[in-house]
Design a protein around this ligand. Structure first.
Ligand SMILES: Nc1nc2c(c(=O)[nH]1)N[C@@H](CN(C=O)c1ccc(C(=O)N[C@@H](CCC(=O)O)C(=O)O)cc1)CN2
Length: 280
């Protein structure tokens, strides 16, 4: 039997409607959630993502500001602007769209954002809070992946989860969130000698490497949950993930599509973090 689809657009819609209700209640109490989105440079995909973030804010009843700067913007100028937003009471979340131009150090920028407004969950302190199991902001993409897994009804306790990829923004926090949910977690990466050996044992596979066809049907345990974080283009320019959807969907129990899986959930969990920041 082919895998069931985990529909990120549908789940996003449900979560966003709950977020909108909570935002309306907060607004009634005089605390409308506010997000500042900063884009530096002219990466076309980033322009689409920030536009979608601002639209999502509008639809949820949030206050939002979008600030676009030339690719030549000085690092010091960006840090000064973040400092002003840190002190702006109408702003509960600050998001600087990645990637940044090469002359700007992303670590400096992330660390300049107040931890209370780090709704991307990218700072060292937010990472430490996640590591220690404290209440901090969870990075939006792995947080969204957890919601997608949860939506299948799977109890992760005692399950074996394999994360492919070890980035600071997806792979590592993903592994920690799965661990927090009592899964047994394996992290695989570019130096893992036999990836298929690990993935064939997994009840849950999260693929986050940025290379298409990393996971094929012969590498998956029948019935497994497969979450595809990848955003790649094939030879025809068509959007695709890290998972070979056609072969994996013949073996897996559940699978996320690309587009329409993890992507929309990233923006949804950004709203969730911003709302939480305002509620705090
Ligand atoms: N500061 C941040 N920068 C970046 C993040 C992030 O979470 N914070 N993540 C990515 C890009 N990203 C959000 O910013 C993002 C990527 C993809 C999608 C999405 O909805 N994708 C759609 C397909 C869209 C398309 O057609 O191209 C989907 O998968 O269905 C949303 C957000 C890097 N930078």
């Amino acid at each position: 039997m082919p895998a069931r689809l985990i529909n990120g657009n549908e789940l996003s819609k449900q979560i966003r409607s709950d977020i909108a209700l909570r935002a309306a209640e907060l607004t009634r109490q005089g605390k409308r959630p506010g997000l500042a989105v900063i884009l530096v440079g002219d990466d076309p995909a980033s322009h689409v993502y920030v536009r979608n973030k601002v639209k999502a804010c509008h639809d949820a009843g949030f206050h939002s500001v979008l600030e676009k700067y030339e690719a030549t913007m000085a690092e010091a100028e960006l840090l000064a602007r973040i400092d002003q937003l840190n002190h702006d009471p109408a702003i509960h979340g600050i998001l600087v769209q990645m990637p940044l131009p090469r002359h700007i150090d992303p670590h400096k920028v992330i660390e300049a954002i107040s931890t209370r407004k780090d709704v991307d969950g990218y700072s060292v302190l937010s990472a430490g809070e996640l590591m220690a199991g404290l209440d901090g902001f969870r990075p939006c993409t792995p947080y969204g992946c957890m919601k997608l897994i949860e939506s299948t009804g799977c109890d992760l306790r005692g399950k074996h989860a394999v994360v492919i990829g070890r980035s600071n923004t997806v792979g590592k926090p993903m592994a920690l969130l799965l661990l927090q949910a009592n899964a047994t977690v394996t992290i695989c990466h570019s130096a893992t000698p036999d990836l298929a050996y690990h993935t064939r044992q997994a009840d849950v596979v999260v693929a986050a490497v940025g290379r298409r066809n990393t996971l094929t049907g012969d590498m998956v345990k029948p019935g497994a949950i497969v979450i595809d974080v990848g955003i790649n283009r094939n030879e025809e320019g068509k959007l695709c993930g890290d998972v070979d959807f056609d072969s994996v969907s013949q073996v897996a129990g559940w699978i996320t599509p690309v587009p329409g899986g993890v992507g929309p959930m990233t923006i949804t969990m950004l709203l969730a973090n911003t709302l939480e920041s305002a509620e705090r």
